[in-house]
Every structure is written in C-alpha cells, then in structure tokens.
Design a protein around this ligand. Structure first.
Ligand code: CO
Length: 134
C-alpha cells in the first residue's frame, strides 16, 4: 500500500542552526525558509537525490511541534511521510485493521498542497506516520 518515502521531518528549535548542519556540515542543497502559518511551522526543505528532509521550526502559538520539542529539546525526528495512491482507500484499510487516525480522520491539505493524514505513533512502532496522496 505505501509507496515512496516522501520525506522525513526533523523538528528543531533553531532553524538557522539546523540549516547550517545540513548545508555546511553535510553539504546538502536547501530551500529558503518557508513560513507555513496554517501549519504552525516554518520549513526548510533539504533536497536529497532520492527523498527530502524537512526541518521544522515552531511558528506562532500552539504549533503542533511545540510539545515534541519540549520532550526533545535538542530536536529529533518528528515524523516520516509515505506516499499513497489513494488516501481514502488507505485510511479505510488502516481503520479496518484497528489503526488510529489523528484528528477528524478526514484528510487535510498538507504542506505540499496534497491531501495528508497522520497515524497514531502508538500503532506504528512509536513513529508518527504521515500519508500523502501523490
Ligand atoms: Co510532513
């Protein structure tokens, strides 16, 4: 059911410091910081030949990554995103198997303008999983 790894998201307190590590130390190609107020984050996309890393910094009050950064003050992997062809079919199959979908259970338009869902980390080996329809 799941296809390509679309991205791995890493939450950071300081986007500039995170960008320096990926650009200067690891030699990656980075996008400029992109504020996404509707998602409560500012994002830098790290382009890799076969996938992407997204560096996420909290933006505004009530950012969805604030609690994660309180638990992980040095930053950390926040979620992984897998591509699916049909997000509603994927959701229905997962729900039928007892998996929990976060929020209303209805797909939202994610950071790339595509429908996304998040799956409960307790059902997926302690990892928050994002599904994105491509
Ligand atoms: Co994501």
């Amino acid at each position: 059911m799941i296809g390509r790894l679309n991205h791995v998201a890493i939450a950071v307190k300081d986007l500039d410091a995170g960008a320096r590590i990926y650009r200067d130390t690891l030699g990656a190609t980075l996008s400029p910081p992109l504020p996404q107020p509707e998602h409560g984050v500012t994002v830098i996309f790290v382009e890799l030949p076969n996938s992407k890393i997204e560096l996420l910094e909290p933006l505004g009050e009530g950012s969805p990554i604030t609690a994660f950064l309180e638990r992980n003050p040095g930053g950390g992997i926040h979620h992984v995103c897998y591509e699916v062809d049909d997000i509603l079919a994927a959701r229905d199959r997962l729900v039928a198997q007892g998996a929990r979908i976060l929020g209303s259970g209805e797909p939202k338009i994610g950071a790339h303008g595509k429908p996304v869902l998040f799956l409960h980390p307790k059902d997926f080996l302690g990892t928050l999983v994002e599904l994105e329809q491509v």
